[in-house]
Design a protein around this ligand. Structure first.
Ligand SMILES: *[C@@H]1O[C@H](CO)[C@@H](O)[C@H](O)[C@H]1NC(C)=O
Ligand SMILES: *[C@@H]1O[C@H](CO)[C@@H](O)[C@H](O)[C@H]1NC(C)=O
Ligand SMILES: *[C@@H]1O[C@H](CO)[C@@H](O)[C@H](O)[C@H]1NC(C)=O
Length: 259
């Protein structure tokens, strides 16, 4: 009976994922592109200040994939990245035939922070197949590739790219994309693009500048940008519950950067 319920939920989940346009699937399985869409619910999301609440909770066999993903996200936001990975793995394993795997972008981010870059690369590569217009997935994949090679330079032909003629709807993300792919935009361009826009664009520009400097081994600049991202108006205000705001907090915490 219990299994039957799970299967029903999963079947529904998968049906929705396969039938609906990607912006609608966000309601079920939020992806990095869709933070903005899901932001109004931010007060439901966990925060680093609510520490320790979920980190010791055990994995419940009855949890639906959705619950497992949400518990994993809670653990991550609380700074417990290894527990988050356990939840995401469990969510993945609870759905047959790898059907959920390409939607587990959160697991890719956990892999990155656990320095499992090959696994991160595999996760993001799968994600891009179902969500080809998502610059953030591509950029995180580039970050994993860069960290694996421990090199400042990585040939662009190894990187995933947007389909020809397509771009991310968000202007800021086009600049992020170009910077990570090293095909035009500079660090300065991304800073300017963030300055010239609203607080969410400002946050995203600082966040990805931090990540970019980190993968290039420019640690002090990475620290400066990531702390600015964490302290930004967006990450401390309207966007506090955005998973990427939590990511900035977790990033600073794991690197020992006191904000
Ligand atoms: C994901 O789950 C599937 C079961 O659907 C399993 O076969 C696969 O090994 C899992 N992959 C990872 C990377 O955990
Ligand atoms: C490192 O980069 C080279 C290309 O420069 C690539 O062929 C190789 O697969 C990368 N190594 C790893 C471990 O990713
Ligand atoms: C911020 O501005 C960008 C355009 O640069 C727009 O796409 C985005 O929706 C805006 N975000 C908010 C929260 O207003």
């Amino acid at each position: 009976m219990k299994n039957h319920n799970i299967i029903t939920v999963v079947a529904y989940l998968l049906l929705c994922c396969s039938l609906l346009p990607s912006s609608t699937t966000a309601l079920l399985l939020p992806s990095p592109t869709q933070h903005i869409v899901s932001r109004p619910h931010h007060n439901r999301q966990p925060t680093l200040t609510s520490l320790h609440v979920t980190s010791s909770s055990s994995i419940n066999e009855d949890d639906s994939p959705r619950t497992l993903i949400s518990k994993g996200m809670n653990s991550f936001c609380n700074g417990d990245v290894s527990t988050s990975l356990q939840y995401f793995d469990k969510a993945n394993d609870s759905v047959p035939d790898n059907k959920l795997t390409p939607y587990l972008w959160q697991r890719g981010i956990s892999y990155y922070y656990l320095e499992k870059f090959q696994e991160g690369h595999e996760q993001f590569s799968l994600d891009v197949r179902v969500n080809p217009l998502d610059v953030e997935e591509i950029v995180w994949d580039i970050a994993c590739l860069a960290r694996m090679n421990d090199s400042r330079f990585f040939p662009v032909e190894n990187q995933m790219s947007l389909p020809k003629g397509k771009k991310d709807r968000r202007k800021i993300m086009s600049t992020v994309y170009s910077l990570f792919r090293n095909d035009g935009a500079t660090e300065y361009d991304l800073r300017e693009a963030g300055h010239d826009s609203n607080i969410s664009d400002e946050f995203y520009s600082l966040f990805y500048l931090g990540l970019y400097c980190e993968i290039r081994g420019e640690t002090s600049k990475a620290e400066m940008y990531m702390k600015m991202a964490e302290r930004s108006k967006y990450a401390t205000g309207a966007g506090y519950g955005d998973y990427m705001s939590a990511c900035a907090r977790v990033h600073c915490k794991l690197r020992g950067w006191v904000v």
